[in-house]
Design a protein around this ligand. Sequence first.
Ligand code: KIV
Length: 535
Amino acid sequence: MSIASQATDRVIIFDTTLRDGEQSPGATLNVEEKLAIAHQLALLGVDIIEAGFAVASPGDFQAVKTIAQQVGTADGPIICSLARATRQDIQAAAEALKPAAHPRIHTMISTSDIHLQYQLKKSRSEVLAIAQEMVAYAKSFVDDVEFSPMDASRTEPEFLYQVLDKAIAAGATTINIPDTVGYCTPKEIGNLIQGIRQNVANIDRVVLSIHTQNDLGLATANALAALENGVRQVECTINGIGERAGNAALEEIVMALQVRKHYFNPYFGRPVDADAPLTNIKTQEIYKTSSLVSQLTGMLIQPNKAIVGANAFAHESGIHQDGIIKHRQTYEIMEAASIGLPENRIVLGKHSGRNAFRTRLKELGFELNEADLNKAFNRFKEVADKKKDISDWDLEAIVRDETQNQVESGFQLEHVQVICGDCTCPTATITVVTPDGKILTDASVGTGPVDAVYQAINRLVKLPNQLIEFSVQSVTGGIDALGTVTIRLAYQDKIFSGQASDTDIVVAAAYAHLNALNRLYRYLQTQRIPVQVGE
Ligand code: KIV
């Protein structure tokens, strides 16, 4: 049964974190990182994963193919690749998607006059013909074809209807309406969808989808307005990341539909008080997915971000706290547990054994293999020696550091030592092991201890880079808290991020810097750019 016939009374979640999300400046992900996110998206229960833009680069092609192979299983989600409306793009998408049990090609062409005139330099009749021909071409490879008229919301409606007619006639199974530049208001989006439903003859034969950008901060509101007007698929990203100001955030859409189910039910032909969820998302996986995406992309989540921000469930004002103590729902419309946010419970300490450690990780949803468990346990013991109580949040940071930041080949930090103070020139001594096993030591001074660490690491690693962002966040409260350092560095027009946690933020900074450099190093290797390291 196709997804179109399965899902008229619920929302199909199309996740584009790995395609549009990865278009966020600096959010470059490598194949393994994309695969880790894709596995988590499958656990989260998304219906479709847009795994990339296969023709864009060999790395993108490989990512789509690997995700198609390993996540796109018979009982897994649909795996999709974006393709411009050209034969070359569609062939690349079809080839990369071959291993997927449920492949989808998403092809698109601009339809607004401003794009036609200045970007495509094509007439309307040319675009009409291309849309029809390329949807038919995509259809010769896969049954499931999505078509997007780019900049639909600024397209003259009569022309938009004609393009959609042609795309449906050529075999499109999903029609996606992008508000590409985030220009519309919710009411306008509603009218746009109504217009399409009334004027495109066979629109009821396909799934109607919406893609909203967040340039005016309206992406989630616009997506919800589209749903109220008959759309059944929403394109969104974790943490709302994406091109410019980003996309509609998956967690916001899903939780709005969950918390306000009784409001939305009638739009889906359900009784007001029907209890079944409106999406297939396992909301308890939201927090974990959000943290993983933030860590691997290096894109921090603003503290007041809806649903997943650090303050989303924190109550500061005395009046609010008083209300919460008396009756939780006075100031809370959803429970932290519903998105899988671990309580800041103190669970372990330095006397806790391996079994307790493994059990708690399992309860938090981390299933580690023996090797990763050993690494994480050793690290836990080191942290527990310095920090009396280890909370769930600390455990998470430890596991992330040990399992997601480690690289098979790359530079390893062996030793970091810093001297600093008010009458001392900050000096760092660093020892690293190079990818070919050499142990190198060097020292540098800097404006402060972190700068000295960076200079010393750069002297050793010798990969050209410019530090563009450095931030520290405390994992928990308290003077002995773990600090998580996130850094972003630039190499030409590419940005690479690194993250690490430690009770000593200078040590965390050293690890974070090396993580980012290892990403740069692997990128240079995949691009076959010669690197002379550590000489
Ligand atoms: O913003 C946009 O128009 C897109 C389309 C490819 C859906 O990303």
